[in-house]
Design a protein around this ligand. Structure first.
Ligand SMILES: Cc1cc2nc3c(=O)[nH]c(=O)nc-3n(C[C@H](O)[C@H](O)[C@H](O)COP(=O)(O)OP(=O)(O)OC[C@H]3O[C@@H](n4cnc5c(N)ncnc54)[C@H](O)[C@@H]3O)c2cc1C
Ligand SMILES: *[C@@H]1O[C@H](CO)[C@@H](O)[C@H](O)[C@H]1NC(C)=O
Ligand SMILES: *[C@@H]1O[C@H](CO)[C@@H](O)[C@H](O)[C@H]1NC(C)=O
Length: 488
């Protein structure tokens, strides 16, 4: 080893600052991206395609984050995101089409079942549900919760069109309780009274439920990272999996690089870093993650915005025993059957129904949300399997014996230390803070005004939060911040 290389080694180990070191240990990367979910993979892919040397550090053993495709039978199931919500304009949809990957619309035909297994009232329940979903999409012009809005509108609707139904208080209450669960599954909320009816969320145009079916949502990441169809990846992008970032030290005074430290003690440097970890992860560990700590308005945004939980229980059978051509089965509880459910099994009454995934057959997905989803994540496998069969038998089994599942998979988005929740929603505080997601998104600048720590991720998109396309757009937004116009 020459004296010179020993000097470099020593300056590397002890961080000597000198003119020579400046050139010798110049950061090997232009940008470090923390997290390879939709935001991180889009940011890393965009920068690398623009010629930047990028290092992506991902705590998990795979790319995708809250998109997680798993093999199931001779197809796939999605433990995280399932659909492309809208087509125009969507980076997700566009990339599928440009790469000749066929995505298919799933018609969410609904059928509603009651806890006594009888089919009475089903037409009425379907009609009321469709009405409530329309109300939900229309949103409100006054500050109230989605729960209050839908309850008020439903009562007006019944008064006008079906006054006799309104007199049956138990029926109306049971239906509203069911709708609460439906809304919670959309929003990942615990109760529809926590969700604002005045939301900045905007739907894209086109079909709202485009499915990657047998390809799996993971294909989106293969396309972004250029590994689809045995692609070679991106030459200036290095990816390190199983690499949890524990600290990001950024030079507020403008001298030197950002230093990113990982769980094993490894350190990487670059002039800037894009942080794409979920809002749940920021809530839990922003104080240890950033040195110096975040400015107070950023902390306030992290604390004010809500991230909820939505989980799936995916069960496989040896045959399709349910009626064909229906995508969703909703479960409406009545007081009678609910009263018979023991306290330990209360969670069974908080599953809003089952759906039929498009990526495989012989499989049903049961949906759960909020505080109860957190509980279900911790229940033993055999208990969940047994109770799921009981539940399906109760609602859908009037004419069939529900067979034992041949397999089961569950998501655990809250327990997962690298997500700590499923996605964000607009809570009741949000209308008073119309720019709070922008505050979450704004980069930390050094004294020279140069962005050093940038933020992307689902939660930072004001109008498309809670989606893959919103997360992807946010990653693109931050990549563009670092690229000269000619490279975009
Ligand atoms: C059950 C479920 C169903 C959904 N359904 C849909 C749907 O149908 N359609 C839709 O559009 N959206 C859906 N979503 C939402 C969508 O999945 C998310 O909005 C989107 O995937 C978020 O992407 P992201 O890049 O912001 O965050 P993430 O995907 O969470 O990516 C962040 C990455 O950072 C990593 N990370 C965290 N901490 C660290 C650390 N300390 N060091 C290094 N890496 C770290 C994580 O492992 C993760 O890979 C669903 C989500 C869930 C959970
Ligand atoms: C997609 O298909 C078209 C027409 O067959 C072809 O010209 C194009 O090269 C294909 N694109 C990719 C990315 O495979
Ligand atoms: C069971 O079969 C009867 C008679 O065909 C039918 O009316 C009823 O809707 C079925 N119930 C369910 C839950 O499928």
């Amino acid at each position: 080893m020459s004296t010179y290389s020993i000097f470099i080694l020593i300056s590397f180990l002890f961080g000597f600052s000198s003119g020579i070191e400046e050139g010798a240990t110049m950061a090997a990367y232009d940008t470090i991206v923390v997290g390879l979910g939709a935001a991180g993979a889009t940011a890393a892919g965009t920068l690398a395609r623009g010629g930047r040397r990028v290092l992506a550090l991902e705590a998990a053993a795979r790319a995708g984050g809250r998109v997680r495709t798993e093999r199931c039978g001779d197809g796939v199931v999605e433990l995280g995101a399932e659909w492309i919500h809208g087509q125009f304009p969507s980076r997700v949809y566009d990339l599928a089409i440009q790469n000749n990957v066929t995505v298919r619309p799933q018609d969410l035909t609904f059928d509603i079942y009651r806890s006594d297994g009888a089919r009475t009232d089903c037409e009425l329940l379907n009609e009321l549900m469709m009405y409530c979903l329309d109300v939900m999409e229309g949103l409100s012009d006054k500050p109230e919760s989605l729960g209050d809005l839908i309850t008020r509108k439903l009562k007006e609707y019944l008064q006008k069109n079906r006054p006799e139904v309104l007199k049956n208080q138990e029926f109306v209450d049971n239906f509203l309780d069911f709708m609460n669960l439906v809304v919670n599954n959309y929003e990942a909320s615990n109760d529809w009274k926590d969700v604002s009816a005045l939301s900045a969320y905007e739907e894209l145009r086109g079909h709202q439920h485009m499915s990657w079916h047998k390809h799996g949502y993971k294909t989106f990441f293969e396309i972004l990272l250029n590994t689809y169809n045995n692609g070679p990846g991106l030459p200036t992008l290095d990816i390190k999996f199983n690499t949890e970032v524990t600290n990001i030290r950024w030079p507020r005074d403008g001298t030197g690089d950002v230093v990113v430290t990982c769980r094993g003690g490894e350190q990487y440097t670059a002039p800037n870093v894009i942080v794409t970890v979920s809002l749940g992860v920021l809530k839990e560990r922003h104080t240890s993650l950033f040195s110096p700590g975040l400015p107070s308005e950023k902390i306030n945004a992290i604390q004010t915005i809500s991230i909820g939980v939505m989980d799936k229980i995916i069960v496989t059978f040896h045959e399709n025993w349910w009626p064909p051509n229906i995508a969703f089965f909703g479960f409406v509880w009545r007081g009678m059957e609910r009263g018979r459910v023991g306290r330990d099994d209360y969670w069974m009454t908080r599953i809003f129904g089952a759906s039929v995934p498009m990526g495989t057959d012989k499989t049903l997905t049961l949906w759960t949300s909020g505080e109860i989803a957190k509980v279900i994540e911790t229940l033993p496998e055999d208990v969940v399997k047994r109770k799921v069969v009981e539940l399906l038998q109760m609602f859908m089994g009037a004419n069939v014996t529900v067979p034992q599942p041949t397999g089961m998979m569950r998501s655990t988005w809250y327990t997962n230390p690298f997500t700590r929740g499923s996605y964000t929603y607009d809570n009741l505080l949000m209308p008073q803070h119309p720019h709070i997601r922008e505050t979450l998104a704004s980069p930390l600048l050094d004294t020279a005004g140069t962005p050093r720590v940038l933020f992307a991720g689902e939660a930072t998109d004001n109008t498309h939060f809670s989606t893959v396309h919103g997360a992807s757009d946010s990653g693109y937004r931050e990549a563009v911040r670092l690229l000269p116009a000619s490279k975009i």
